[in-house]
Write a protein that binds this ligand. Structure first.
Ligand code: HEC
Ligand code: HEC
Length: 512
Protein backbone atom coordinates (compact mmCIF):
# COMPACT_ATOMS: atom_id res chain seq x y z
CA UNK A 1 0.00 0.00 0.00
CA UNK A 2 1.35 3.39 -0.84
CA UNK A 3 2.08 5.77 1.96
CA UNK A 4 0.08 8.95 1.36
CA UNK A 5 0.54 10.28 4.82
CA UNK A 6 3.95 11.91 4.15
CA UNK A 7 2.64 13.72 1.13
CA UNK A 8 -0.47 14.96 2.85
CA UNK A 9 1.54 16.01 5.84
CA UNK A 10 3.84 18.10 3.63
CA UNK A 11 0.86 19.77 2.00
CA UNK A 12 -0.51 20.78 5.34
CA UNK A 13 2.87 22.15 6.36
CA UNK A 14 3.10 24.12 3.13
CA UNK A 15 -0.36 25.56 3.54
CA UNK A 16 0.52 26.67 7.00
CA UNK A 17 3.90 28.04 5.99
CA UNK A 18 3.03 31.68 5.16
CA UNK A 19 1.23 32.27 8.40
CA UNK A 20 4.33 31.10 10.21
CA UNK A 21 6.55 33.65 8.38
CA UNK A 22 7.72 36.66 10.31
CA UNK A 23 5.82 39.91 9.54
CA UNK A 24 8.92 41.63 8.05
CA UNK A 25 9.33 38.74 5.61
CA UNK A 26 5.72 39.13 4.53
CA UNK A 27 6.20 42.85 4.07
CA UNK A 28 9.33 42.28 2.01
CA UNK A 29 7.54 39.73 -0.17
CA UNK A 30 4.62 42.08 -0.68
CA UNK A 31 7.01 44.89 -1.57
CA UNK A 32 8.70 42.69 -4.13
CA UNK A 33 5.65 41.00 -5.57
CA UNK A 34 3.35 43.99 -5.91
CA UNK A 35 5.62 46.00 -8.20
CA UNK A 36 6.35 42.87 -10.19
CA UNK A 37 2.64 42.30 -10.71
CA UNK A 38 2.12 45.95 -11.51
CA UNK A 39 4.98 45.87 -13.98
CA UNK A 40 3.57 42.76 -15.60
CA UNK A 41 0.15 44.40 -15.84
CA UNK A 42 1.71 47.58 -17.23
CA UNK A 43 3.69 45.48 -19.67
CA UNK A 44 0.52 43.76 -20.80
CA UNK A 45 -1.08 47.20 -21.19
CA UNK A 46 1.87 48.50 -23.22
CA UNK A 47 1.84 45.47 -25.48
CA UNK A 48 -1.92 45.77 -25.95
CA UNK A 49 -1.58 49.49 -26.55
CA UNK A 50 1.58 49.81 -28.59
CA UNK A 51 2.35 46.29 -29.75
CA UNK A 52 0.52 44.72 -32.62
CA UNK A 53 1.03 45.59 -36.22
CA UNK A 54 -2.15 45.22 -38.16
CA UNK A 55 -2.66 46.61 -41.62
CA UNK A 56 -6.14 47.19 -42.92
CA UNK A 57 -6.72 44.22 -45.22
CA UNK A 58 -9.34 44.08 -47.96
CA UNK A 59 -10.58 40.80 -49.38
CA UNK A 60 -11.51 42.54 -52.59
CA UNK A 61 -8.29 43.03 -54.54
CA UNK A 62 -9.40 46.31 -56.12
CA UNK A 63 -10.12 47.78 -52.69
CA UNK A 64 -6.79 46.38 -51.54
CA UNK A 65 -4.99 48.05 -54.45
CA UNK A 66 -6.65 51.37 -53.63
CA UNK A 67 -6.46 51.33 -49.84
CA UNK A 68 -4.38 48.31 -48.76
CA UNK A 69 -0.92 48.37 -47.27
CA UNK A 70 2.39 47.41 -48.85
CA UNK A 71 4.19 47.84 -45.52
CA UNK A 72 5.39 51.43 -45.88
CA UNK A 73 3.53 52.84 -42.88
CA UNK A 74 5.88 51.07 -40.48
CA UNK A 75 8.83 53.24 -41.44
CA UNK A 76 7.32 56.20 -43.19
CA UNK A 77 3.75 56.19 -41.89
CA UNK A 78 2.27 59.48 -40.80
CA UNK A 79 -0.09 59.14 -37.83
CA UNK A 80 -3.56 59.10 -39.37
CA UNK A 81 -5.07 61.90 -37.26
CA UNK A 82 -2.07 64.15 -37.72
CA UNK A 83 -2.38 63.62 -41.48
CA UNK A 84 -6.04 64.61 -41.29
CA UNK A 85 -5.30 67.68 -39.16
CA UNK A 86 -2.67 69.16 -41.51
CA UNK A 87 -4.92 70.59 -44.27
CA UNK A 88 -7.18 72.04 -41.57
CA UNK A 89 -4.28 73.75 -39.79
CA UNK A 90 -2.19 74.66 -42.81
CA UNK A 91 -4.53 75.31 -45.78
CA UNK A 92 -2.21 78.15 -46.87
CA UNK A 93 0.56 75.65 -47.63
CA UNK A 94 -1.67 73.88 -50.17
CA UNK A 95 -1.75 75.07 -53.80
CA UNK A 96 -5.53 75.66 -53.72
CA UNK A 97 -8.77 75.08 -51.86
CA UNK A 98 -10.23 71.62 -51.23
CA UNK A 99 -7.64 70.09 -48.89
CA UNK A 100 -5.67 67.17 -50.29
CA UNK A 101 -7.78 67.28 -53.47
CA UNK A 102 -5.85 70.38 -54.48
CA UNK A 103 -2.79 68.12 -54.93
CA UNK A 104 -4.70 66.00 -57.42
CA UNK A 105 -5.39 63.20 -54.94
CA UNK A 106 -8.65 61.39 -55.63
CA UNK A 107 -11.34 60.90 -53.01
CA UNK A 108 -14.09 58.37 -53.62
CA UNK A 109 -17.45 59.14 -52.08
CA UNK A 110 -17.60 58.39 -48.36
CA UNK A 111 -13.86 57.71 -48.01
CA UNK A 112 -11.67 59.42 -45.44
CA UNK A 113 -8.40 58.71 -47.25
CA UNK A 114 -7.56 59.30 -50.91
CA UNK A 115 -7.07 56.48 -53.40
CA UNK A 116 -3.49 55.30 -52.91
CA UNK A 117 -3.25 55.71 -49.15
CA UNK A 118 -3.42 52.86 -46.68
CA UNK A 119 -3.77 52.54 -42.96
CA UNK A 120 -1.97 50.34 -40.44
CA UNK A 121 -2.28 50.13 -36.66
CA UNK A 122 1.34 50.29 -35.52
CA UNK A 123 3.02 51.62 -32.36
CA UNK A 124 -0.30 52.35 -30.72
CA UNK A 125 -1.82 54.48 -33.42
CA UNK A 126 -3.26 54.32 -36.90
CA UNK A 127 -0.63 55.37 -39.39
CA UNK A 128 -1.07 56.08 -43.06
CA UNK A 129 1.14 56.15 -46.13
CA UNK A 130 1.17 55.85 -49.90
CA UNK A 131 0.63 52.67 -51.86
CA UNK A 132 0.94 51.81 -55.56
CA UNK A 133 -2.43 53.32 -56.52
CA UNK A 134 -1.36 56.87 -55.67
CA UNK A 135 0.81 56.86 -58.81
CA UNK A 136 -1.04 54.16 -60.72
CA UNK A 137 -4.76 55.07 -60.71
CA UNK A 138 -6.71 58.07 -61.97
CA UNK A 139 -10.01 59.46 -63.19
CA UNK A 140 -11.61 60.42 -66.48
CA UNK A 141 -14.51 62.81 -66.98
CA UNK A 142 -16.48 63.01 -70.22
CA UNK A 143 -17.32 66.68 -69.66
CA UNK A 144 -16.46 69.14 -66.88
CA UNK A 145 -19.91 68.39 -65.40
CA UNK A 146 -19.62 64.59 -65.52
CA UNK A 147 -18.92 62.39 -62.55
CA UNK A 148 -15.29 61.20 -62.64
CA UNK A 149 -14.75 57.52 -63.48
CA UNK A 150 -11.92 55.85 -61.60
CA UNK A 151 -9.55 53.60 -63.56
CA UNK A 152 -7.09 51.42 -61.67
CA UNK A 153 -3.53 50.82 -62.90
CA UNK A 154 -3.64 53.77 -65.29
CA UNK A 155 -1.07 56.56 -64.74
CA UNK A 156 -2.05 58.97 -61.94
CA UNK A 157 -2.39 61.84 -64.34
CA UNK A 158 -3.67 64.34 -61.76
CA UNK A 159 -1.49 63.62 -58.71
CA UNK A 160 1.35 66.06 -58.06
CA UNK A 161 3.76 64.14 -55.86
CA UNK A 162 6.25 67.02 -55.54
CA UNK A 163 3.50 69.39 -54.43
CA UNK A 164 2.46 66.77 -51.90
CA UNK A 165 6.00 66.62 -50.50
CA UNK A 166 6.27 70.38 -50.56
CA UNK A 167 3.09 70.62 -48.50
CA UNK A 168 4.28 68.13 -45.87
CA UNK A 169 7.69 69.80 -45.61
CA UNK A 170 6.15 73.28 -45.31
CA UNK A 171 3.89 72.02 -42.51
CA UNK A 172 6.86 70.50 -40.67
CA UNK A 173 8.76 73.80 -40.90
CA UNK A 174 5.77 75.79 -39.65
CA UNK A 175 6.03 76.75 -35.96
CA UNK A 176 2.41 75.62 -35.58
CA UNK A 177 3.49 72.03 -36.23
CA UNK A 178 3.49 71.35 -32.49
CA UNK A 179 1.45 69.61 -29.86
CA UNK A 180 -0.04 72.95 -28.88
CA UNK A 181 -1.88 73.24 -32.20
CA UNK A 182 -2.17 69.70 -33.48
CA UNK A 183 -3.49 67.94 -30.37
CA UNK A 184 -6.49 70.30 -30.00
CA UNK A 185 -7.22 69.99 -33.75
CA UNK A 186 -7.15 66.20 -33.54
CA UNK A 187 -9.47 66.36 -30.52
CA UNK A 188 -11.84 68.69 -32.41
CA UNK A 189 -12.03 66.21 -35.30
CA UNK A 190 -12.64 63.32 -32.92
CA UNK A 191 -15.20 65.25 -30.93
CA UNK A 192 -17.12 65.92 -34.17
CA UNK A 193 -17.60 62.13 -34.21
CA UNK A 194 -18.40 61.88 -30.52
CA UNK A 195 -14.93 60.55 -29.61
CA UNK A 196 -11.87 61.95 -27.89
CA UNK A 197 -8.23 61.21 -27.14
CA UNK A 198 -7.62 59.61 -23.76
CA UNK A 199 -5.13 61.03 -21.27
CA UNK A 200 -2.31 58.77 -22.43
CA UNK A 201 -2.82 59.93 -26.04
CA UNK A 202 -3.20 63.57 -25.11
CA UNK A 203 -0.13 63.92 -22.92
CA UNK A 204 2.27 61.23 -24.08
CA UNK A 205 1.47 59.45 -27.33
CA UNK A 206 0.45 62.38 -29.55
CA UNK A 207 3.05 64.87 -28.32
CA UNK A 208 5.72 62.24 -28.97
CA UNK A 209 4.25 61.32 -32.36
CA UNK A 210 4.09 64.96 -33.42
CA UNK A 211 7.70 65.49 -32.43
CA UNK A 212 8.84 62.37 -34.26
CA UNK A 213 6.79 63.17 -37.38
CA UNK A 214 8.28 66.67 -37.47
CA UNK A 215 11.84 65.40 -37.10
CA UNK A 216 11.32 62.78 -39.79
CA UNK A 217 9.78 65.23 -42.23
CA UNK A 218 12.53 67.81 -41.63
CA UNK A 219 15.16 65.14 -42.15
CA UNK A 220 13.50 64.03 -45.38
CA UNK A 221 13.10 67.60 -46.57
CA UNK A 222 16.85 68.10 -46.10
CA UNK A 223 17.53 65.06 -48.23
CA UNK A 224 15.16 66.38 -50.90
CA UNK A 225 17.05 69.68 -51.17
CA UNK A 226 18.43 68.69 -54.56
CA UNK A 227 14.88 68.47 -55.95
CA UNK A 228 14.11 72.05 -54.95
CA UNK A 229 16.59 73.33 -57.53
CA UNK A 230 15.05 71.23 -60.26
CA UNK A 231 12.18 72.29 -62.46
CA UNK A 232 8.78 71.22 -61.18
CA UNK A 233 7.64 67.82 -62.31
CA UNK A 234 3.96 68.78 -62.20
CA UNK A 235 1.22 66.19 -61.89
CA UNK A 236 1.69 62.68 -63.25
CA UNK A 237 5.50 62.64 -63.05
CA UNK A 238 8.37 61.91 -60.69
CA UNK A 239 12.12 61.97 -61.14
CA UNK A 240 12.25 58.23 -60.48
CA UNK A 241 15.89 57.38 -60.48
CA UNK A 242 17.23 60.57 -58.96
CA UNK A 243 14.96 59.82 -56.00
CA UNK A 244 16.51 56.35 -55.98
CA UNK A 245 20.00 57.91 -55.89
CA UNK A 246 18.93 60.01 -52.93
CA UNK A 247 17.81 56.84 -51.13
CA UNK A 248 21.31 55.45 -51.72
CA UNK A 249 22.79 58.69 -50.28
CA UNK A 250 24.56 59.59 -53.52
CA UNK A 251 26.23 63.03 -53.30
CA UNK A 252 23.36 64.75 -55.10
CA UNK A 253 25.08 68.12 -55.24
CA UNK A 254 27.89 66.64 -57.31
CA UNK A 255 25.58 65.12 -59.90
CA UNK A 256 26.26 66.32 -63.46
CA UNK A 257 23.72 68.55 -65.23
CA UNK A 258 22.92 65.85 -67.75
CA UNK A 259 21.63 63.57 -64.97
CA UNK A 260 19.35 66.22 -63.46
CA UNK A 261 15.80 67.17 -64.36
CA UNK A 262 14.72 63.71 -65.43
CA UNK A 263 11.03 63.50 -64.60
CA UNK A 264 9.26 60.45 -65.97
CA UNK A 265 5.59 60.03 -66.58
CA UNK A 266 3.79 57.51 -64.41
CA UNK A 267 3.19 54.49 -66.68
CA UNK A 268 0.20 52.17 -66.72
CA UNK A 269 0.90 48.90 -64.91
CA UNK A 270 -1.87 46.56 -66.07
CA UNK A 271 -1.43 43.23 -67.87
CA UNK A 272 2.07 42.38 -66.67
CA UNK A 273 1.99 38.69 -67.60
CA UNK A 274 2.80 39.13 -71.28
CA UNK A 275 5.40 41.75 -70.25
CA UNK A 276 7.53 39.20 -68.41
CA UNK A 277 11.03 39.18 -69.83
CA UNK A 278 10.57 42.49 -71.67
CA UNK A 279 13.03 45.27 -71.05
CA UNK A 280 10.80 47.77 -69.30
CA UNK A 281 10.79 50.95 -67.28
CA UNK A 282 11.01 53.77 -69.77
CA UNK A 283 14.66 53.08 -70.58
CA UNK A 284 14.26 49.31 -70.43
CA UNK A 285 16.62 48.96 -67.46
CA UNK A 286 14.97 45.86 -65.99
CA UNK A 287 13.53 42.70 -67.56
CA UNK A 288 11.89 41.20 -64.49
CA UNK A 289 8.30 42.02 -63.47
CA UNK A 290 8.89 41.07 -59.82
CA UNK A 291 11.93 43.32 -59.51
CA UNK A 292 10.08 46.19 -61.13
CA UNK A 293 7.33 45.74 -58.53
CA UNK A 294 9.69 45.47 -55.57
CA UNK A 295 11.74 48.40 -56.78
CA UNK A 296 8.50 50.38 -57.13
CA UNK A 297 7.65 49.49 -53.55
CA UNK A 298 10.50 51.75 -52.38
CA UNK A 299 8.27 54.55 -53.63
CA UNK A 300 5.68 53.46 -51.08
CA UNK A 301 8.10 53.81 -48.18
CA UNK A 302 9.01 50.15 -47.80
CA UNK A 303 12.49 48.81 -47.20
CA UNK A 304 13.73 45.21 -47.41
CA UNK A 305 12.83 44.44 -43.76
CA UNK A 306 9.44 46.20 -43.77
CA UNK A 307 8.09 45.24 -47.19
CA UNK A 308 4.85 43.31 -46.94
CA UNK A 309 5.62 40.64 -49.52
CA UNK A 310 2.29 38.94 -49.18
CA UNK A 311 0.40 42.17 -49.84
CA UNK A 312 2.64 43.08 -52.79
CA UNK A 313 2.31 39.49 -53.99
CA UNK A 314 -1.47 39.84 -54.11
CA UNK A 315 -1.24 43.05 -56.13
CA UNK A 316 1.43 41.53 -58.34
CA UNK A 317 -0.70 38.50 -59.13
CA UNK A 318 -3.74 40.62 -59.92
CA UNK A 319 -1.73 42.92 -62.20
CA UNK A 320 -0.47 39.96 -64.20
CA UNK A 321 -3.87 39.37 -65.78
CA UNK A 322 -5.63 42.70 -65.36
CA UNK A 323 -6.45 43.96 -68.85
CA UNK A 324 -6.53 47.60 -69.88
CA UNK A 325 -9.99 49.22 -69.79
CA UNK A 326 -11.83 49.52 -73.09
CA UNK A 327 -12.21 52.88 -74.81
CA UNK A 328 -15.67 54.12 -73.75
CA UNK A 329 -16.49 56.43 -76.67
CA UNK A 330 -17.65 55.56 -80.20
CA UNK A 331 -15.07 54.23 -82.67
CA UNK A 332 -15.45 54.59 -86.45
CA UNK A 333 -14.88 50.95 -87.40
CA UNK A 334 -14.15 51.54 -91.09
CA UNK A 335 -11.55 54.16 -90.29
CA UNK A 336 -10.06 51.94 -87.56
CA UNK A 337 -9.74 49.08 -90.06
CA UNK A 338 -7.77 51.36 -92.38
CA UNK A 339 -5.61 52.36 -89.39
CA UNK A 340 -4.99 48.71 -88.53
CA UNK A 341 -3.22 48.24 -91.86
CA UNK A 342 -1.01 51.27 -91.30
CA UNK A 343 -0.24 50.18 -87.74
CA UNK A 344 0.84 46.77 -88.96
CA UNK A 345 3.09 48.32 -91.54
CA UNK A 346 4.74 51.02 -89.40
CA UNK A 347 4.31 50.32 -85.69
CA UNK A 348 3.70 46.63 -84.95
CA UNK A 349 7.34 45.48 -85.00
CA UNK A 350 8.14 47.82 -82.08
CA UNK A 351 4.80 48.00 -80.25
CA UNK A 352 3.22 44.55 -80.76
CA UNK A 353 0.94 42.92 -83.30
CA UNK A 354 -2.31 44.17 -81.79
CA UNK A 355 -4.19 45.48 -78.74
CA UNK A 356 -3.48 42.33 -76.65
CA UNK A 357 -0.97 40.53 -78.84
CA UNK A 358 2.48 41.79 -77.96
CA UNK A 359 4.46 39.70 -80.40
CA UNK A 360 6.89 41.60 -82.60
CA UNK A 361 10.60 41.48 -83.42
CA UNK A 362 11.52 44.54 -81.32
CA UNK A 363 8.83 44.61 -78.64
CA UNK A 364 10.27 44.93 -75.14
CA UNK A 365 13.65 45.91 -76.54
CA UNK A 366 15.45 49.23 -76.50
CA UNK A 367 15.63 51.64 -79.45
CA UNK A 368 18.93 53.54 -79.28
CA UNK A 369 18.64 57.20 -78.32
CA UNK A 370 20.14 58.29 -81.67
CA UNK A 371 17.23 56.61 -83.47
CA UNK A 372 14.37 57.54 -81.17
CA UNK A 373 15.63 61.10 -80.62
CA UNK A 374 13.46 61.88 -77.59
CA UNK A 375 14.62 63.89 -74.54
CA UNK A 376 17.64 62.15 -73.05
CA UNK A 377 17.52 63.37 -69.44
CA UNK A 378 15.62 60.35 -68.15
CA UNK A 379 18.03 58.00 -69.93
CA UNK A 380 21.11 59.78 -68.56
CA UNK A 381 19.68 60.00 -65.04
CA UNK A 382 19.89 56.23 -64.83
CA UNK A 383 23.62 55.87 -64.37
CA UNK A 384 25.90 52.87 -64.31
CA UNK A 385 26.74 53.58 -60.64
CA UNK A 386 23.06 53.43 -59.77
CA UNK A 387 22.64 50.10 -61.56
CA UNK A 388 25.56 48.71 -59.54
CA UNK A 389 24.06 49.97 -56.28
CA UNK A 390 20.66 48.56 -57.10
CA UNK A 391 22.23 45.12 -57.36
CA UNK A 392 22.93 45.33 -53.63
CA UNK A 393 19.24 45.76 -52.83
CA UNK A 394 17.71 42.87 -50.97
CA UNK A 395 21.21 41.44 -50.51
CA UNK A 396 20.85 38.41 -48.26
CA UNK A 397 17.32 37.73 -49.49
CA UNK A 398 16.51 35.14 -52.17
CA UNK A 399 14.99 37.91 -54.28
CA UNK A 400 18.11 40.07 -54.37
CA UNK A 401 17.97 42.37 -57.43
CA UNK A 402 19.99 41.03 -60.33
CA UNK A 403 18.23 42.43 -63.39
CA UNK A 404 19.02 46.16 -63.44
CA UNK A 405 21.17 47.27 -66.41
CA UNK A 406 22.31 50.56 -67.85
CA UNK A 407 20.82 50.97 -71.35
CA UNK A 408 21.31 53.40 -74.20
CA UNK A 409 17.84 54.30 -75.39
CA UNK A 410 14.14 53.96 -74.63
CA UNK A 411 12.03 50.80 -74.57
CA UNK A 412 9.56 49.74 -77.25
CA UNK A 413 6.54 48.98 -75.08
CA UNK A 414 3.12 47.46 -75.76
CA UNK A 415 0.40 50.07 -76.28
CA UNK A 416 -2.60 48.42 -74.54
CA UNK A 417 -4.94 51.02 -73.03
CA UNK A 418 -2.88 53.74 -74.72
CA UNK A 419 -5.93 56.06 -74.69
CA UNK A 420 -5.53 56.36 -70.89
CA UNK A 421 -1.77 56.93 -70.96
CA UNK A 422 -1.72 60.56 -72.16
CA UNK A 423 0.26 62.79 -72.24
CA UNK A 424 2.69 60.72 -74.27
CA UNK A 425 6.37 59.79 -74.30
CA UNK A 426 8.42 59.02 -71.19
CA UNK A 427 8.33 62.63 -70.02
CA UNK A 428 4.67 63.27 -70.90
CA UNK A 429 5.70 65.99 -73.31
CA UNK A 430 3.19 65.33 -76.11
CA UNK A 431 -0.44 65.87 -75.07
CA UNK A 432 -2.39 63.65 -77.47
CA UNK A 433 -1.97 60.72 -79.86
CA UNK A 434 -2.80 62.97 -82.77
CA UNK A 435 -0.01 65.38 -81.73
CA UNK A 436 2.49 62.52 -81.49
CA UNK A 437 1.95 61.85 -85.19
CA UNK A 438 3.22 65.36 -86.03
CA UNK A 439 6.81 66.48 -86.32
CA UNK A 440 8.20 68.51 -83.40
CA UNK A 441 7.51 72.01 -84.81
CA UNK A 442 3.82 71.11 -85.14
CA UNK A 443 3.52 69.65 -81.61
CA UNK A 444 2.16 71.92 -78.83
CA UNK A 445 4.99 73.85 -77.15
CA UNK A 446 3.12 74.83 -73.99
CA UNK A 447 0.04 73.14 -72.59
CA UNK A 448 -1.69 72.43 -69.28
CA UNK A 449 -1.64 69.04 -67.65
CA UNK A 450 -3.35 67.44 -64.66
CA UNK A 451 -6.89 67.86 -66.00
CA UNK A 452 -9.07 64.75 -66.34
CA UNK A 453 -11.67 65.79 -68.94
CA UNK A 454 -11.20 63.67 -72.05
CA UNK A 455 -10.67 64.76 -75.64
CA UNK A 456 -11.91 61.88 -77.86
CA UNK A 457 -10.92 63.67 -81.06
CA UNK A 458 -7.18 64.09 -80.55
CA UNK A 459 -7.18 61.26 -77.96
CA UNK A 460 -5.76 62.37 -74.65
CA UNK A 461 -6.79 64.75 -71.90
CA UNK A 462 -7.83 68.30 -72.62
CA UNK A 463 -4.84 70.57 -72.20
CA UNK A 464 -6.38 74.02 -72.72
CA UNK A 465 -7.73 74.47 -69.17
CA UNK A 466 -5.52 76.48 -66.80
CA UNK A 467 -7.82 76.45 -63.78
CA UNK A 468 -11.07 74.95 -62.58
CA UNK A 469 -12.84 75.54 -59.26
CA UNK A 470 -9.73 77.14 -57.78
CA UNK A 471 -7.47 74.27 -58.81
CA UNK A 472 -4.65 75.46 -61.00
CA UNK A 473 -3.32 73.06 -63.59
CA UNK A 474 0.34 72.71 -64.41
CA UNK A 475 1.76 74.73 -67.27
CA UNK A 476 3.96 72.29 -69.15
CA UNK A 477 6.69 74.10 -71.05
CA UNK A 478 8.53 71.89 -73.53
CA UNK A 479 11.50 74.33 -73.49
CA UNK A 480 12.36 73.39 -69.89
CA UNK A 481 15.24 70.89 -69.45
CA UNK A 482 13.81 67.36 -69.23
CA UNK A 483 10.57 68.38 -70.98
CA UNK A 484 11.78 68.20 -74.59
CA UNK A 485 9.05 67.01 -76.96
CA UNK A 486 11.21 66.06 -79.93
CA UNK A 487 11.80 62.59 -81.28
CA UNK A 488 9.75 59.55 -82.27
CA UNK A 489 9.44 61.19 -85.64
CA UNK A 490 10.28 60.45 -89.25
CA UNK A 491 8.85 57.97 -91.70
CA UNK A 492 8.94 54.87 -89.47
CA UNK A 493 7.12 56.71 -86.70
CA UNK A 494 4.17 57.78 -88.83
CA UNK A 495 4.80 61.52 -88.87
CA UNK A 496 5.10 61.63 -92.67
CA UNK A 497 1.67 60.06 -93.35
CA UNK A 498 -1.21 62.08 -94.84
CA UNK A 499 -3.66 63.59 -92.36
CA UNK A 500 -6.42 61.09 -93.31
CA UNK A 501 -4.02 58.23 -92.60
CA UNK A 502 -3.00 59.74 -89.28
CA UNK A 503 -6.64 60.01 -88.27
CA UNK A 504 -7.19 56.38 -89.23
CA UNK A 505 -4.19 55.33 -87.15
CA UNK A 506 -5.48 57.25 -84.13
CA UNK A 507 -8.91 55.66 -84.63
CA UNK A 508 -7.34 52.20 -84.54
CA UNK A 509 -5.29 53.03 -81.42
CA UNK A 510 -8.60 53.78 -79.65
CA UNK A 511 -9.30 50.03 -79.76
CA UNK A 512 -6.15 49.21 -77.76
C1 HEC B 1 5.68 57.75 -56.43
C2 HEC B 1 4.96 57.18 -57.52
C3 HEC B 1 4.94 55.68 -57.69
C4 HEC B 1 4.53 54.74 -56.80
C5 HEC B 1 4.04 54.96 -55.38
C6 HEC B 1 4.63 53.46 -57.48
N1 HEC B 1 5.09 53.65 -58.75
FE1 HEC B 1 5.30 52.21 -60.16
N2 HEC B 1 6.21 53.55 -61.38
C7 HEC B 1 6.31 54.90 -61.15
C8 HEC B 1 7.08 55.52 -62.22
C9 HEC B 1 7.40 56.98 -62.37
C10 HEC B 1 7.46 54.47 -63.09
C11 HEC B 1 8.32 54.61 -64.34
C12 HEC B 1 9.74 54.51 -63.92
C13 HEC B 1 10.70 54.93 -65.00
O1 HEC B 1 11.01 54.13 -65.88
O2 HEC B 1 11.20 56.06 -64.95
C14 HEC B 1 6.88 53.25 -62.52
C15 HEC B 1 7.01 51.99 -63.12
C16 HEC B 1 6.38 50.86 -62.67
C17 HEC B 1 6.37 49.61 -63.37
C18 HEC B 1 7.00 49.31 -64.71
C19 HEC B 1 6.04 49.69 -65.79
C20 HEC B 1 6.59 49.60 -67.18
O3 HEC B 1 5.88 49.06 -68.04
O4 HEC B 1 7.70 50.07 -67.44
C21 HEC B 1 5.66 48.72 -62.60
C22 HEC B 1 5.35 47.28 -62.91
C23 HEC B 1 5.25 49.45 -61.41
N3 HEC B 1 5.69 50.75 -61.49
C24 HEC B 1 4.53 48.88 -60.39
C25 HEC B 1 4.31 49.51 -59.17
C26 HEC B 1 3.83 48.85 -57.99
C27 HEC B 1 3.45 47.38 -57.90
C28 HEC B 1 3.79 49.78 -57.00
C29 HEC B 1 3.44 49.58 -55.54
C30 HEC B 1 4.25 48.64 -54.85
C31 HEC B 1 4.23 51.04 -57.58
N4 HEC B 1 4.55 50.84 -58.90
C32 HEC B 1 4.32 52.25 -56.89
C33 HEC B 1 5.77 55.58 -60.08
C34 HEC B 1 5.30 54.98 -58.92
C1 HEC C 1 11.71 51.67 -83.79
C2 HEC C 1 10.68 51.35 -82.88
C3 HEC C 1 9.40 52.17 -82.90
C4 HEC C 1 8.54 52.35 -83.97
C5 HEC C 1 8.68 51.87 -85.38
C6 HEC C 1 7.42 53.10 -83.42
N1 HEC C 1 7.63 53.38 -82.11
FE1 HEC C 1 6.34 54.26 -80.87
N2 HEC C 1 7.72 54.28 -79.40
C7 HEC C 1 8.97 53.72 -79.48
C8 HEC C 1 9.73 54.06 -78.31
C9 HEC C 1 11.15 53.64 -78.01
C10 HEC C 1 8.89 54.86 -77.53
C11 HEC C 1 9.26 55.52 -76.19
C12 HEC C 1 9.98 56.82 -76.47
C13 HEC C 1 10.09 57.74 -75.29
O1 HEC C 1 9.20 57.72 -74.43
O2 HEC C 1 11.05 58.51 -75.21
C14 HEC C 1 7.63 54.95 -78.21
C15 HEC C 1 6.53 55.62 -77.74
C16 HEC C 1 5.28 55.58 -78.35
C17 HEC C 1 4.06 56.08 -77.76
C18 HEC C 1 3.92 56.70 -76.38
C19 HEC C 1 3.71 55.66 -75.31
C20 HEC C 1 3.39 56.26 -73.97
O3 HEC C 1 2.96 55.51 -73.09
O4 HEC C 1 3.57 57.46 -73.77
C21 HEC C 1 3.07 55.87 -78.67
C22 HEC C 1 1.62 56.22 -78.49
C23 HEC C 1 3.68 55.28 -79.84
N3 HEC C 1 5.02 55.10 -79.59
C24 HEC C 1 3.00 54.99 -81.00
C25 HEC C 1 3.62 54.58 -82.15
C26 HEC C 1 2.94 54.46 -83.41
C27 HEC C 1 1.48 54.75 -83.65
C28 HEC C 1 3.87 54.04 -84.32
C29 HEC C 1 3.69 53.75 -85.77
C30 HEC C 1 3.24 54.85 -86.56
C31 HEC C 1 5.13 53.89 -83.60
N4 HEC C 1 4.93 54.25 -82.31
C32 HEC C 1 6.30 53.46 -84.15
C33 HEC C 1 9.43 52.94 -80.52
C34 HEC C 1 8.83 52.84 -81.76
Amino acid sequence: MADYSAASKKTVEQREAPSRRKPWVRLLLALLITPTILMILFGIYLVARFGGDTPVVYDNIEEHFKYGSTGGERMAGIPYWIFQALPRLFPHHLPGPGGYKSLGLIFEEGKDLPVGMSKRHHLGMDRTFLNCAVCHASTVRDTPQSKPRLYLAMPANTFDVKAFQRFLFACARDPKFSKKFIVPEVRRMLQERGQDLDLMDRYIVYPAAIWIAREQLLDLSGRFDWAVDQYDWGPGRVDTFNVAKMLFSFPMDRMGDHEQNAPSDFPSIWFQEPRQGMQLHWDGNNTKVEERNKSAAFGTGTTPPTIDLEAIGRVEKWLLKLEAPKYPYPVDQAKAAQGAGLYKEYCAACHGAGPRDFSGAYVGKVTPIEEIGTDRHRLDSYSYELAVNQSTLYAGYPWRFTHFRKTFGYANMPLDGIWLRAPYLHNGSVPTLRDLLERTPQRPKVFYRGYDVYDPVKVGFRTDVAEEGGRKYFKFDTAVPGNGNAGHEGERFGTELGSGEKEALVEYLKTF
